[in-house]
Design a protein around this ligand. Structure first.
Ligand SMILES: [Zn+2]
Length: 326
């Protein structure tokens, strides 16, 4: 097991690749060392209230103003929790983590949400640079939350299927996946993103933000996706008859959902509606990074936790209101 100092050294390199402590408020690399793991900023910044330049003097550690802000666990515990998170192929049940790391149920529960929030923040940052998926993309939706609807007879045509889905949409929400196919011969895995929406059609603005114009989109015949025809060449597959029609195919999106279902039923047991989008973020991340070694996956998680701003769920259990910075 790593010592706390070793854990700190590892995180420091991930946080500041050049090894120089940097103020999270003004970005200055000038600092005094207060103690082994704390620095005080020597930079200058504009004071928010007076509008005048002043000394920064902000005191910070490697976790200040990151997704690990106001952490209560030691750094070595955080590393162990990240490793455990990465090791669960179908997701890591908070209860299993409690056994492994010996803390309460809510600590790993909240910490996992911090990881999801950090991955989500990294995704949002990427989205700000514009659409990034290209080539061939598959989209599909899965109904989540709400009760199951029993089928009276097998569905045989697309009209009946659409009618059946109509009833579903009244009581259920949808998790929509946008999955890029891996380019032929390439080692780079296709990117995977999800969005939680009231009905599949609501995912169209998101799909447009993610997928580059001119990309071929594969989808089923659901009329929910029809508006996409204005922006992308489309291949449709009739799911009531077959899973593959000519070149049209959504098998990779389907296989993602079979893993999501296995995780939902086997690991997490239940997803509360308000967390569905975060579970989607997690599952998409696992799918996309499934081919890279565990150690690198841990580093990816830690970078997201340390390099992006504060978590929206700091003080989650206390329901603390987020305080403004100054
Ligand atoms: Zn500063």
């Amino acid at each position: 097991m790593m010592t706390e100092d070793q854990a700190h050294e590892k995180l420091k390199v991930l946080k500041w690749p050049d090894g120089i402590p940097t103020c999270p408020i003004c970005g200055s690399k000038q600092s005094w060392q207060v103690d082994a793991r704390k620095w005080k900023c020597r930079g200058k910044r504009i004071d928010a209230t007076t509008g005048k330049e002043r000394w920064c003097y902000y005191q910070y550690t490697i976790t200040t103003q990151t997704h690990l802000h106001s952490r209560k666990r030691s750094l070595k515990h955080i590393l162990a929790a990240c490793l455990s998170f990465v090791n669960g192929v179908l997701g890591a049940a908070a209860l299993r983590q409690r056994r492994e790391i010996k803390n309460s149920y809510k600590t790993p529960f909240v910490f996992q949400h911090r990881i999801r929030a950090a991955i989500d923040a990294a995704n949002q940052k990427q989205l700000a640079d514009g659409p990034f998926m290209e080539g061939e993309v598959e989209i599909d939706g899965m109904f989540v939350t709400g009760r199951k609807v029993k089928l009276k007879a097998p569905i045989t045509d697309e009209k009946e299927l659409e009618k059946f889905f109509e009833t579903y949409r009244e009581t259920h929400t949808a998790l929509v996946v946008v999955r890029e196919r891996r380019a032929g011969g390439s080692d780079v895995p296709g990117r995977v993103r999800t969005i939680h929406v009231a009905k599949e059609g609501d995912s169209i603005p998101f799909i447009r933000r993610v997928v580059k114009t001119g990309t071929t989109i594969h989808a089923d015949y659901s009329s929910q996706y029809n508006p996409l025809r204005m922006f992308y060449p489309m291949q449709r597959v009739n799911h009531s008859k077959t899973y593959k029609e000519g070149d049209a195919c959504t098998n990779q999106a389907e296989s993602f959902f079979s893993r999501v279902r296995a995780a939902k039923e086997g690991v997490y047991r239940s997803w509360r509606k308000k967390y569905v989008s975060w579970y989607g973020v997690e599952m998409a991340w696992r799918e996309e990074n499934s081919r890279i070694p565990n150690g690198d996956q841990v580093d990816l998680v830690l970078k997201a936790l340390l390099q992006l701003g504060r978590s929206p769920i700091t003080g989650y259990w206390q329901e603390h209101k987020r305080k403004p910075l100054f």
